[in-house]
Design a protein around this ligand. Structure first.
Ligand code: ASP
Ligand code: MG
Length: 304
């Protein structure tokens, strides 16, 4: 069976309305199961970083106020989706864990990267549990497979270890279940939580695509694919329907922000199709990034 992986960014799961849209997309795109990678709810990562910074200055009051705000916002979204009751058992230990991290940092008067990664993992895990319920899939812990070195804050993936750890996922996913997992997180050789660097969930999705032998990885974000120019500078910017991986690499080297630069390499090695689409306008155009250059009429516009 060919595997498809969908990844939703923070704005695509940032509200009850966005999660409903994402759910419709998942059911449309994965009628026979597959894997969905989700980011933390929009603003969560920044909020946790602010809380860690406050705790590291010894300001536990501010840190805990941020934690309470985060908890309230998550509960509101879950409540709107009718999942407030059934998600408590998964969420309560996560909020408690975040509280412990912040308390520890406040005691130390320092927010070490290692503890910060542990705190950040809470945001991604909260979101993955909620998304699993919305999509009608099951949650699976990405740290079981996303093996990295121990460089906290910007860990590097260990490709061979990921591939080995992913073997049980490969065989289970071939039966066609719908699985939901976190982006951005990994685990060090000692089994300690790491993160791949800000915006790292695109890379999580493509690394999983490589390790699981996916046929396609779809990145669902808040723009209509890869555009011909920066839409904040050029009003006529329009989506490019198809491009090659090397064109996408050139664009990201020039600072195009739609895809994280590190997210492209796995597609080059594994040869899957990478699709960029807009969660808020699923019917709008999208960009397909192909491992080999698409046939294109001479003089066609690519990107400026
Ligand atoms: N939530 C993380 C961040 O905001 C990872 C991601 O969204 O890709 O950086
Ligand atoms: Mg994010």
């Amino acid at each position: 069976m060919s595997l498809k992986i969908l990844k939703f960014g923070g704005t695509s799961v940032g509200s009850a309305e966005a999660l409903r849209r994402a759910t419709a997309i998942v059911h449309q795109e994965l009628p026979e199961g597959g894997l969905v990678v989700v980011s933390a709810l929009r603003g969560t990562t920044d909020c946790i970083l602010d809380a860690c910074a406050a705790a590291g200055r010894g300001d536990l009051v501010t840190a805990q106020a941020l934690l309470t705000a985060l908890q309230t916002r998550h509960q509101e979204v879950a409540g709107e989706l009718g999942h407030l009751e059934d998600i408590q058992a998964d969420w309560d230990p996560l909020f408690a864990r975040l509280d412990q991290f912040l308390t520890g940092m406040a005691m130390l008067g320092e927010a070490p990267l290692r503890a910060r990664d542990g705190a950040l993992a809470v945001g991604e895990t909260l979101s993955a549990h909620l998304a699993a319920r919305c999509f009608g899939g099951s949650f699976h812990e990405v740290r079981e497979v996303m093996k990295t070195d121990g460089r906290f804050g910007k860990a590097r993936p260990l490709l061979r270890a990921i591939r080995e750890a992913a073997a049980p996922w490969r065989s289970a996913l071939s039966e066609g279940p719908l699985w939901v997992t976190q982006g951005f997180l990994g685990s060090s050789p000692e089994g300690v939580t790491t993160t791949l660097g800000r915006g790292g969930s695109d890379t999580s999705a493509t690394l999983l695509g490589e390790a699981l032998g996916a046929e396609e990885v779809q990145i669902w974000t808040d723009v209509d694919g890869v555009l011909t120019a920066d839409p904040s500078l050029v009003r006529e910017a329009r989506p490019i329907p198809q491009m090659s991986l090397s064109e996408a690499e050139a664009l990201s080297a020039f600072g195009a922000k739609v895809l994280h630069a590190d997210s492209l390499a796995p597609g080059g090695r594994a040869g899957f199709r990478l699709v960029v689409a807009n969660t808020h306008r699923p019917g709008a155009s999208r960009t397909e990034i192909l491992p080999v250059p698409p046939a294109r009429p001479a003089g066609a516009v690519t990107s400026v």
